[in-house]
Design a binder for this molecule. Sequence first.
Ligand code: 173
Length: 502
Amino acid sequence: MSKNNPEKIITADQVAQHNTRESCWIIVHGRVYDVTEFLPDHPGGMRIILKYAGQDATEEYDPIHPPDAIVDNLPPSKHLGRLDEGSVESIKQEQRIPTEEEREMAHRHSTKPALSECISLHDLETVARHVMPSKAWMYYSSGADDEITLRANHSAYHRIWFRPRVMRDVSRVHFSTSLLGQKSSMPLYVTATALGKLGHPMGELNLTRSAAKHGVIQMIPTLASCSFDEIRSAALENQTQWLQLYVNRNRDITEKIVRRAESSGVKGLFVTVDAPQLGRREKDMRMKFDDVGTDEQKESGEKIDRSQGAARAISSFIDPSLNWNDMGWLKSITNMPIVLKGVQCWQDAVLAAQHGCAGVVLSNHGGRQLDFAPSGVEILPEVMSALRDHGVSTDKFQVFVDGGVRRASDIIKAVALGAKAVGIGRPFIYAYSAYGEEGVDRAMEILRDEFEMCLRLLGARSLDEVTPEMVNCSNLGSADIPKDYLFTGNYERLSGLNDKMS
Ligand code: 173
């Protein structure tokens, strides 16, 4: 809501006159804002706003910002008033000439395979890649640097083989569990991923609604496209949600977020600790580069480094000074169990336990942060044994893993090695980017089917019976390093006589 001049009605024509660098008004959600002075400070660059100068910027704004961001970031004097409803249509119609990419995407959506044809998470991902706007695909799919960790996250699971047991009565199998004291129908949760509306207009709500139907816990991201309140209100009364937290340089803001989450019924706090600075995701950076233009920015005196990429540009609020001494403060502002998300070696897992955390997520942020950080499942055995050696009860202190999971068999491998559950991020986003909420439902059903089959064939009736003896992980830690496509591509091209630069 506009805090200043709430009554003032402004026509689309009036807004349209302020379409320059010198006087730039935009419309977001039916409100008119003067962003002229804010232009140089916009974390995503100036040019993207100028593209909408004098116009309705809601469609561009929505996927990247929580609904209140503009209200909170502009001083009240820049909240000019409400757009005259009657003039909205003409301005919208003018804008609604679909771009070539939009037309192509609409065509791809209308000709994509029926959802029932998707029988694995890979299928959903394939369709998503085909139908998603390239900006969204590049943002979600990108990993840091050469993306070696991104690929290692998945391939690490291939180095773990099963040691199945037979001749057990597996007529009934069940795989429900308890995560931080909350029921979960499967040993998995929907992990936090930012900017959910890039893939689908309902954004994170697709995940909330599907998770409710399937008894799965959802971790709400700090940087969701939907607001925290929207995501909480979409949840059913007894549905469990956790909060993923980026600690802000301004601790008061963080404290407010945490207290609000706890009082609204959130059941766990997952503090991201692997992102004091955001990694270089080059696919995403290239996209942003196209969007914000080139030299013009320099000439216009813009402060922002345009080579950032969507995520990096909006991450400057994250506090890189966060350290173990802050644990006391964190514990003092909440009674929720605190889990550190992004632990990458056993020493830090032990420290987390010693600092009173309820658990850790062994994670490298989906391969988006430090390239050559090990995959979570790769370090799981050494983490479990170090925790035991340090007298930590691994019943009370729960170890989670995320990154690279595409099958229930992957999850069962992690459970066998001591993980309580596994976080799944990209596959669910791809599922809804392709098919909306039903896509997530389908992904959940596929995983459920896979669990049932896999447990039977492994000879385990419940997760308690999935023990370390049921996997052979002697190949973990071996030198199976994914290919470096960027490097190899250069040399293959140079050596080929017929190669031409395209
Ligand atoms: O991985 C991410 O993209 C991410 O966590 C993030 C962080 C800051 C801003 C946007 C996304």
